[in-house]
Design a protein around this ligand. Structure first.
Ligand code: AR6
Length: 184
């Protein structure tokens, strides 16, 4: 486990569905109706209450689907986490379609939901770096910048965890942020 940003950002490996934190973030798609990857794992582990709330969100707030870069909150269902924050990262299209800003927004807007829901601890998977094809090295720097910018201005969440599914992905993250901008 590595700690950055004065201990407020923890970098670790594992299965996000098993974490005992107040909220976990889901790398969803605009439909909010589930999918593969971490999205599928969260819905399977958390049970049908999550999809029920996603359907309500689609019927009310977002009939056209959740735009990429935005975030919404549901129950955590059967998970240890009380809440799931569903966000939609960008699909990588080569880098000239606003992908970097959308990824930044996905992290930042997910964190913005912490204050109203008194979320002290939150964990993120590596949004967009799976099926959506965002280069992991670039995503590392953007995700760190978004969390650093947010935590500078806000007492909640107290701690953020970046949970990588493999130690290789964790190592790519740590190496990329050291090659990128200063992070302290
Ligand atoms: N715990 C932590 N990380 C995980 C887990 C897990 N249980 N499972 C996968 N990952 P992806 P995306 C990692 O493809 O690129 C879905 O179908 C994985 O290794 O899940 O944002 C949605 O419905 C990778 O590093 O999300 C969308 O359609 C990271 O999670 C689409 O995929 C993200 O990979 C979203 O694509």
């Amino acid at each position: 486990m590595d700690k950055l940003l004065d201990g407020r950002l923890v970098v670790d490996t594992g299965d996000i569905t098993r974490l005992k934190v107040d909220a976990i973030v889901n790398a969803a798609n605009s439909s909010l109706m589930g999918g593969g990857g971490v999205d599928g794992a969260i819905h399977r582990a958390g049970g049908p209450a999550i999809l029920d709330e996603c359907k309500k969100i689609r019927e009310t707030e977002y009939p056209g689907g959740l735009p990429s870069g935005e975030a919404v909150l549901t129950t955590g269902g059967n998970l240890a986490a009380h809440f799931i924050i569903h966000t939609v990262g960008p699909i990588w299209r080569g880098g000239n379609s606003g992908e970097e800003k959308i990824l930044y927004n996905a992290y930042y807007n997910s964190l913005s939901l912490c204050r109203h829901n008194t979320i002290k601890t939150i964990a993120f998977p590596a949004i967009s770096t799976g099926v959506y094809g965002f280069p992991k090295e670039k995503a590392a720097v953007i995700s760190l910048n978004a969390v650093r910018d947010f935590l500078k201005k806000n007492p909640l969440p107290e701690t953020v965890t970046f949970i990588f599914y493999s130690s290789l992905d964790r190592d790519i993250f740590l190496k990329s942020i050291n090659n990128g901008k200063e992070y302290s």
